[in-house]
Design a protein around this ligand. Sequence first.
Ligand SMILES: [Ca+2]
Ligand SMILES: [Ca+2]
Ligand SMILES: [Ca+2]
Length: 367
Amino acid sequence: MRLSVLISALLLTVWTACDAGPAVGGPPSGSLFDVLTETFEAPGKGADSAAVRVEFQNASALEATANVTMRVAGEVVHRSRRRLEPHSKVITVGPDAADSVLVEVTRALPARSLPLAPYFLGKDFSAGDTIVVRIEPQPDDFPPAPPGDDPGRIESPPDDSLIVRFGGLDQNRRVSRGGRVDFSLLRQSGPAGTRVTVIADPDGLLGNGNELPVAAATLDAAETPLSWTNISAAPATYRLVAALEQEGHTYMLHVAPGRVRVNSPPEIVFDSPIDGATVKRENPLRVTWAARDLDDSATISLFIDNDANYGNGIIRIIRSEIPESDDVREELLSIADLAYDQIYVGATISDGLETVTAYAGHVVLKE
Ligand SMILES: [Ca+2]
Ligand SMILES: [Ca+2]
Ligand SMILES: [Ca+2]
């Protein structure tokens, strides 16, 4: 029985399932998908944990790597890395006893960002649950483009008197989703009054289904200002193509020399401390996280705050300039001298274009 839909992001659907039937482990060690599995000693008594497993269903043409990290009281008890074949059947990790589970699904080339997903015992799963991670068909499940740009595959317009060029796109641009790119179209020769469409194409092949019309104008003047606004395209590097649509054909007039990279924003999630955790001042507070930026090297700054509002009441910067790709994703924070009954652990992560803030939640300090 499916319990509930936890996340229904654009690209990733996750839900938990109970009554998962008899305990069936993952594929035997050393099988195709069992790239890496490590199990560690669980921490001592007193920490709550429950048996949980993670199941992957890959409905896309994406070949990806899934990393699953299970923790108890912030300590890693299980770590798995599985390769997810395109259109692959169910792949299961666990069951293992954990109080938090972090799922990361990544593909290197081309970069595709599936949201980092942390799950917590009592909030996102219960004992015996299966967290089902389903990768939906991806926007770039399209025929591959030939290597490099291949303008020879694109038809030239029947009337070659019309010469159109891009203005203001000589250099590569980098833009956040939601942002805009301004440019112009220059009518260098040919008749006025021609309707020209601007298409953003993430590969070198027009007509394979992944192009987006981003602007259009009737070229009356010698120069027509245009914009690609409210950019919602998936993170990728796009070339802009000025095109003439005529009688069901798309004719290419010009390709902008500069490319437009829609940024993949940096991401960070905490899997420890758990929101509402109680810790003794005499012990260090274990802070663990996962972070990534698929197209930049982002840097992290960890801090503690007196509430969950970034920008006021920051008590202390714990550490800054942490590379997002750093293998060590843990900080032991001394809290003995903190004059607060509760603190909030947070972080900012920045790729130079976008800065994202995230909180682990609040931690109650006890003597
Ligand atoms: Ca294309
Ligand atoms: Ca980025
Ligand atoms: Ca604050």
